[in-house]
Every structure is written in C-alpha cells, then in structure tokens.
Design a protein around this ligand. Structure first.
Ligand code: SF4
Length: 747
C-alpha cells in the first residue's frame, strides 16, 4: 500500500486516545496525538509515558507472534510453533472431551487485559454452558456498580468541574499516580479554584499533597468515617429536608442507625480527630454541588467493602448530590446494542447458573442476585451486563482445580490477565494452574501464566486491532477507533479466537459476524452508524441530563428504579437477602503481637498497569524497584532504614521488598502490587520471579475475610510484620524466554 497517514487509537489504557499513524511500506514509522479526536488535548497524550512506548509494544522482540504448543513438561517453558487451525482444533477437542466427562462447568476463564473485549468471552462461556469466569472486577469498580444500582436504581458517573463542583472528595483514589491523564487533569483544573479538595488515604500520595485537607484513617475503617459524616450532617440538619422527604426512603431508620457514630466514637475507630470528621462532613454538605470519587482503596477492604459504598451512597442521596451538575448523575442505558444483549446470558441454562462457584456463599454477586436487581432496573427499561455482576468466586475456582470440590475444574482459558500476579493467594493459584488438564493463554507477551500453559495464542494489541470502549455497558457512551495496520505475524483479535472456538464447539448460529469489525457494525447500527462512519469522530457521548428522577415514569410516578421508587437509604433488596439494609461498620481483625502492623496494597502506579508492560524498556525508570512503604516513626521503631531489603509477612505468606520511608499513617505498610521480573527465568519454579516481590503472596480470598454480599476480598488491613531480609545470592537469568523446539513432523 502507498505511504499514508491514518487514524488509530492507543490501547494501552482505557482512555483510547486518538492518534495519527504515519505508515510507510505497511509499517508504522511514527505516531502523533490526533487533536481532532478524544481527548482533544495533545499535551495529555504527549505527557503519557505509555504513548511513547506504543511502537516498542508493537514491535518488541519478545511479543508472542505465533500459536505455540507446550513441548516439554508443564512449566518447562519449551514450545513448538503450530498453526492456528491446529491450535483451535486441539483446544476444542479437549474442551468437548472434558465437558463430556465433567460437565461444562469444568471450564473456567480468567478475564482482563487491555487488549481484550469482554463480551465475546462471555458469549462463548454462556453458550458452552459454564458459569465460572473470574477476574479482579470484584475488587475494582464492581461494588460501586452494585451499590449505586441498589440505592439509586442505576450506576452513577461523578463530575469534578471547576465551575459547578463546590467540594470534591477523592476517597481511596490516587489519580496522580494511577491515572496521570484526563481525570488527573480535571483534578488539577478544579484545584486551581481553591475550593475544598479532600483526599482520604492512609498515605500522603501525590494527590494528597495537592489537597486542601488530607485525612489518613486507619486502613479498613472508611465505612465508620462515612457513617460519622452522616451523623454530623443529620445532627446539624445540613441536608435539604424537602428533597429528603420527597425522594429518600428510610431517612428515620438511617438517622437511628448513625446515632451511635458520633465524631468521638468514629475518631476512636478511624484514628482521625473529631474535628477532621466534623469539618469534612460540613464542607461536603455545605457545598452547593459536591462530588465523591472513590477507587480501589475502598473496593478491597473485605467485609466493609459494600458497607462503605452504601454509606457513601447515602451521603450522596441525603445531600441531594444526585443528578446534579458538578456532583453525580445517573448514567443512561446505551442506545447502541448493549453488552447484556451481546453476552447471551439468557442462553446459560438455569441448572448451570446454579453451579456457579460461590453462589451458596455470596448473597448478591450471583445470577439470583442479578435477577433481584434487574426486576427494578427494568422498570426504567434498563439492564446491566450480567457478567460483571455474577462472577465466580476465584478462591473457590482455584480450590476446585486442586480438590475437585464441589466438582472438578479441569480447564482454564486465561484472556489477557495474569491471575498468578494479580489475584489473591499466588501460591494457591500457581498450584491450581499446574494441576489442570488444559490451560490456554491468550497473550501479548510471555509471563508466568504462559509458562504454565498448554497453548499460548498470539493476540493483536494496540494499533493492530479496532478498539471500542463502552464503559462495560452501564452508560450511553462509546469511543474508540480503527487499527492502523493489520495484525503483525500471526497475531489475531481475541474476538476471532472466541468465535472460531465457538464454531468448533457447535455454536454456529450465534456467531454471525465474521470478524470483529462486522460485530461493531452491528453494535452501532441502532445509532445509524457503521464502524467506519463512527470512526470519523470516534466518539458517541450525548451530554448528561440532570434531575431525571423528576421525569422518569414508574407506575405513573417519577422516581428511581428501586423497590420504593426513591433513593434507598434503607435498602429493600439488601433486606430481602438478609443483609443489613442500613450501612454499618463491621469491626475487622487488627494488629496482634505476632503481626503488629497493618498491610495495604493494590494501588496502581503508572506507567505499569498491574502486571502489564513489565517487558517495555521505554517504561523502565532506572532504580525503580518493588517497594514497601512505611512512615519514619514505624521504621525507627523497628530499626529499619530507607533502602534496606525487607521481608513483609502475613498469616498467608511472605515476600520481599525494598523499604521506602514516606509520609503515611504509622504502623501501616503499603507494598507495591503487580511486580514480576521478565528478565528472570520464566520456567518453573521461578516463573519470572513471580514469588519474589509479589503482593499477592501476602493475601487471601478466603470467605472469612471477604465481603458476604459481593465477595470482595481484602487487600487493605491485613495484619503483617516486617523485618530485615537475609542477603540473597544472584538471581538466575534466562533470556530465551520462549524457547522453541523444532516443529514435529505432523505439522
Ligand atoms: S496509555 Fe492511555 S492515556 Fe496514555 S496515550 Fe494511551 S490511551 Fe492515552
């Protein structure tokens, strides 16, 4: 093809920034931000380190370029190159054989990854008959989707606007380091106004340094803080009484519930001062429009995860910061074909839904829970994607692999995720994956999971596949764009894998779109757009509407899509399933003589994305090492020094880090998340240094410490200790990461 410039999009995070690619001889020779497309700001794109790594990402010598079949023992990391046809035929034959012997539930999937599209995986799984997909969704965004839907009838979007927002709270979220892009720019713009910016985080993060007020509560006590704020707002009558009377359900019960959460009582639980609690409540309630943004910091506090989200939802409802400019608004059902219609959850038979692992232990993150919620959202013609609200409990999936209880899981397809690094209890996961009859990895780069796999399939990534972001089907927004070039080598789009596997498993009638682009034509058709016409602007985002509850009709009345038709301060659905209908702080195990400190982890640090991008030299900063952070007082009390190698140990395991002394809550240890070492041998037992400095050596997803309603496991508030590491010898290196053996004769 002639040399040309073409539109494309970065896919190294979910912003999908618009780019222009210069192509010569079918190769991308340079990339520039496209100022005519989202995010319309060249500075944002140029300021992003990942943008500059795109060409290295595309052409990296370690990219997986061909289908590979295991040639040695599992974990030896020896491979034979095979054709796609052979790979798909063999995988489908094995899956059908396993289904015949153990039932469809014997297949599990692990979802994630910046190069994947979620609905094709779920479509395949529902048609195959298995309810067992796992991911880290439960500790990332899922509780807010659930809780806002329970409280307001649908998920919320939050706004931070210099003109309309009067107070902003960033609760357990650190956009300076986890985002460093559009959201962070919005925070910076808001901050120039001098209006209150309150950051709640045990660490003085870069975001906290910007704040007008920084609160550092004891880990895992956020629900108590939110309840204390509710107490102050109600006691001082800082809420709009007419709005509450007209639109809130259960005010009197909430008032009674928070009566005991006095600032003095909450100060004892949280370690904050009474003045901090009172002032935060007053600043929030006095603002004409106030926003609360929250992140993984409060998604992953185990048994208090749902409770803190419920208490924050009550704060938003009680102060009428709902469907209000500069605060929060209810998003809309997509006007294009939504994910719920693409997943085909209705094709998963009832008896298979009942086999989902965790169904008998978790109250709402189940198909039954989803149906309870959907009864109400459908009153406003809305339906959330089922896959996000019905995942299997990972801990039970790993145990079913090892113990065949309550039934055997013998196969897993891992789509762009590395559960061994990113999910709780890495040792358990490593053993579980090694016990399988079939492990397939759809990946971009070799990692500890590909090293254990039977088949590794090369995925197309950023710049070589179309990308469309639809906010998981919970909002009427879509943005994205085309690939710049055809996939290199034998890389393929994940859609192609799921479709072709589906065809080989007898799903012919359900995969009418021959390629991903054709499926996108179908998705956009209700908007009168094709994929090609959509790509001219690359965005569909109608302006938000406010005060919609005044016009939504329910039984002839305006309102919210909840059982009461109002904002549910008292949640009827939680009451139905035997959980507390009012938010409550649950006391959790604290420090002990053996484990005198509290661990927190899971925070995202740019430029990496969890375990991703560790191969890229352009993203490596010299001297960056996995760190354990403590305060100066904590380090001194333990006789530890900055830069020293330390071991962090919990009741679940131990792993090592370099000590960093920072400003943060005393007696708390924050450890980096997502670390592994591609420069080390990928073969077992090292698995790319998967156990060297891996935060998930310290965690567990067991039910004793998880949320009983949605199953969030705990990352923040794990009792731990920390001590000097023994000097270690040199690590082994193995640069032949995908050691291949010659193809066998039958190929
Ligand atoms: S990584 Fe994200 S913010 Fe950075 S250029 Fe790519 S899409 Fe944009």
């Amino acid at each position: 093809m002639p040399n040309r410039t073409t539109k494309t999009n970065c896919r190294l995070c979910s912003y999908l920034c618009g780019l222009e690619a210069q192509i010569e001889d079918d190769k991308i020779v340079s990339l520039q931000p496209d100022p005519s497309r989202y995010p319309y700001d060249v500075g944002i794109v140029k300021g992003c380190p990942r943008f500059h790594s795109n060409l290295e990402f595309l052409n990296h010598p370690q990219r997986i370029n061909h289908p590979l079949k295991r040639a040695g023992e599992r974990g030896e990391n020896r491979w034979q190159q095979i054709s796609w046809e052979q790979a798909l035929n063999e995988i489908s034959e094995k899956l059908l054989h396993l289904r015949e012997n153990f039932g469809a539930e014997t297949l599990a999937t692990s979802i994630g990854g910046p190069h994947t599209t979620f609905w094709p995986l779920h479509r395949f799984m529902n048609l195959f008959g298995s309810p067992n997909n796992v991911g880290i969704g439960q500790i990332c965004w899922n509780p807010s989707i659930w809780v806002n839907s329970l409280t307001f009838g649908w998920p919320l979007e939050n706004e931070i606007d210099p003109e309309t927002t009067g107070c902003a709270i960033l609760w357990g979220v650190n956009p300076a380091e986890s985002d460093n892009s559009l959201f962070w720019r919005q925070v910076l713009a808001y901050n120039l106004t001098g209006k209150p910016l309150i950051v709640i985080d045990p660490r003085e993060t870069r975001t906290a340094r910007l704040a007008t007020h920084w609160l550092a509560p004891n880990p895992g006590t956020d629900a108590a803080l939110a309840l204390g704020m509710l107490h102050v707002i109600i006691a001082e009558e800082l809420y709009p009484q007419q709005f509450v009377e007209q639109w809130c359900h259960g005010f009197e019960q909430l008032k009674q519930q928070v009566a005991d959460y006095t600032p003095q009582h909450v100060a004892q639980i949280t370690g904050l001062t009474t003045q901090q609690i009172i002032q935060t409540a007053q600043l929030y309630a006095h603002a004409n429009s106030a926003s609360i943004f929250h992140g993984r910091g409060i998604d992953q506090i185990g048994a208090n995860s749902v409770q803190v989200h419920r208490a924050i939802a009550c704060l938003k409802g009680l102060t009428a910061n709902i469907d209000r400019p500069g605060a929060s608004y209810l998003s809309e059902m997509p006007e294009y074909i939504p994910e719920i219609d693409l997943e085909l959850t209705d094709r998963l038979p009832a008896e298979q839904r009942q086999k989902q692992l965790g169904r008998d232990k978790i109250k709402l993150q189940t198909f039954e829970g989803y149906e309870r919620l959907t009864r109400y959202t459908l009153q406003h013609g809305k339906q959330l994607p089922a896959r996000y609200l019905t995942s299997a409990q990972p801990n039970l999936v790993w145990r079913a692999m090892l113990e065949s209880q309550p039934y055997p899981i013998r196969a897993m397809i891992v789509s762009g995720s590395n559960p061994l690094i990113c999910q709780a209890d890495s040792e358990l996961i490593a053993k579980a994956l090694q016990s399988l009859d079939l492990l397939v990895a759809l990946e971009l780069f070799p990692n500890s999971v590909t090293a254990l796999a039977d088949y590794v399939l090369p995925m197309a990534g950023s710049l070589e596949r179309p990308v469309l972001q639809t906010n998981a089907g919970v909002a009427n927004i879509a943005y994205g764009g085309p690939q710049a070039i055809e996939p290199l080598h034998e890389r393929r789009c994940d859609y192609d894998f799921w479709r072709e596997l589906g065809l080989l498993c007898g799903q012919d009638e359900f995969w009418p779109w021959e390629d991903f682009t054709t499926s996108l034509d179908n998705i956009l058709n209700p908007l009168g757009l094709t994929w090609e016409s959509f790509c001219e602007t690359g965005i569909y985002a109608p302006a938000p509407e406010y005060r919609k509850y005044e016009s939504y009709e329910k039984n002839g009345q305006p309102g919210f899509a909840t059982p009461s038709g109002k904002i549910e301060l008292y949640c009827e659905v939680l009451n139905e399933v035997g959980s507390s209908p009012l938010p409550v702080h649950q006391s959790q195990p604290g420090a002990s003589a053996e484990f005198p400190l509290l661990l927190i982890t899971g925070g995202r640090k740019q430029p990496h994305w969890a375990s991703s991008f560790r191969w890229l030299k352009t993203l490596k900063k010299p001297g960056t090492v996995p760190q354990a952070e403590v305060s100066k007082a904590t380090a001194e009390s333990l006789g530890l020094e900055h830069g020293q190698q330390v071991v962090v140990e919990t009741p679940h395991g131990k792993t090592s880090f370099t000590l960093s002394i920072v400003i943060m809550k005393d007696n708390v240890v924050n450890v980096d998340y997502g670390w592994w070492f591609p420069e080390q041998s990928l073969a077992a037992p090292e698995l790319g240094g998967a156990f060297t400095s891996n935060a998930n050596m310290l965690t567990t997803a067991s039910f004793e410490t998880s949320d009983p309603i949605l199953g969030q496991w705990i990352y923040n508030r794990i009792p731990c200790c920390i001590y000097p590491a023994q000097p270690v010898g040199q690590t082994t290196t193995d640069t032949n990461h995908l050691q291949q053996v010659p193809a066998s004769k039958e190929n």
